[in-house]
Design a protein around this ligand. Structure first.
Ligand SMILES: Cc1cc2nc3c(=O)[nH]c(=O)nc-3n(C[C@H](O)[C@H](O)[C@H](O)COP(=O)(O)O)c2cc1C
Length: 264
């Protein structure tokens, strides 16, 4: 499942513990533009323990929409495939680069399918200690939108998304290549420095509302959202709420209440 066809293509066991470990997830079906941008990072940052996973090169089935992962827990997913190997790789990485080409003005279907398989993490966010970067490649436009979308989704999964790179592959000119590399290098440098500092993002209002809606809904309907209920029942306000100013807290509570009232 490793795009670099390392001999051992599962969990990389022989990484040095002092090396920063970056997992790059490629949402392109090709080893072309997006892949080449990722390889360039690997080649130019030789001290990083870097791994590229191509979503089309692993066995990742399509979400069946059965809600088992959301309602009961992700171990109940009927798809038997490489999803949990990929999650384990994300769990042991210091940083994750989520990358996608722009296809018809959006992220690729491969990247979207990957998000759908991990959608339970927006109910039960998990990757709080992960730093992430988003990278999109386009022919001309759409990379900013694709990155914004990935940033929003992976933030609700708990990731600290700290940088982004929007790359254009249209002319193959020297200028284009230089600009792409400058953007990439800057974004990777931010990612590495944030990993080094250990400083987490402050949770966004959207993140907090999302979190508290699922918490509230699972408290009201524990039988329908058992996994969410179990996730939330032993957590009081979580560290998500630490350092949130009291006025913002009240606004979030109001917003959650009004949304809950709509579904009751
Ligand atoms: C099906 C398809 C749709 C595309 N749609 C867009 C688009 O909406 N906007 C754009 O700027 N480029 C578009 N492109 C160009 C790709 O975004 C660009 O070539 C990208 O770098 C491809 O990355 P890849 O080689 O890693 O797959 C499209 C390419 C394909 C194959």
């Amino acid at each position: 499942m490793n795009q670099k066809s390392r001999p051992e293509n599962q969990i990389n066991k022989n990484n040095k513990t002092d090396q920063i470990k970056i997992l790059a997830i490629n949402g392109s079906p090709l080893r072309k533009n997006t892949y080449s941008a990722l390889r360039k990072i690997e080649d130019n940052f030789p001290d990083i323990d870097f791994e590229i996973i191509g979503l089309n090169e692993i066995n990742l089935k399509q979400c069946r929409g059965c809600y088992q992962c959301i309602r009961l827990g992700h171990q109940h997913c009927p798809n038997i495939d490489d999803r949990d190997i990929l999650i384990e790789k994300m769990n042991i990485a210091d940083g994750i680069i989520f990358s996608s080409p722009v296809y018809v003005n959006f992220i690729s279907s491969l990247m979207k399918g990957f998000m759908e398989r991990l959608a339970f993490y927006s109910h039960r966010p998990h990757f709080f200690d992960k730093y992430a970067m988003v990278l999109s490649t386009c022919g001309m436009f759409g990379a900013d939108k694709a990155n914004k979308y990935m940033e929003g989704i992976f933030t609700t999964f708990g990731c600290n998304v700290v940088s982004s790179a929007e790359l254009t592959f249209s002319t193959e000119s020297k200028e284009e290549k230089e600009k792409n590399w400058k953007n990439t290098k800057n974004a990777v440098s931010v990612l590495l420095s944030r990993i080094g500092s250990g400083k987490k993002n402050k949770p966004s209002t959207r993140q907090l509302i999302n979190f508290h809606i699922f918490k509230e809904v699972s408290t009201i309907y524990p039988d329908q959202f058992t996994a969410d209920y179990n996730f939330h029942k032993d957590l009081s306000d979580f560290y998500y709420d630490a350092e949130i100013n009291p006025i913002k807290k009240i606004l979030i509570q109001r917003s959650v209440k009004s949304m809950i009232n709509k579904i009751r």
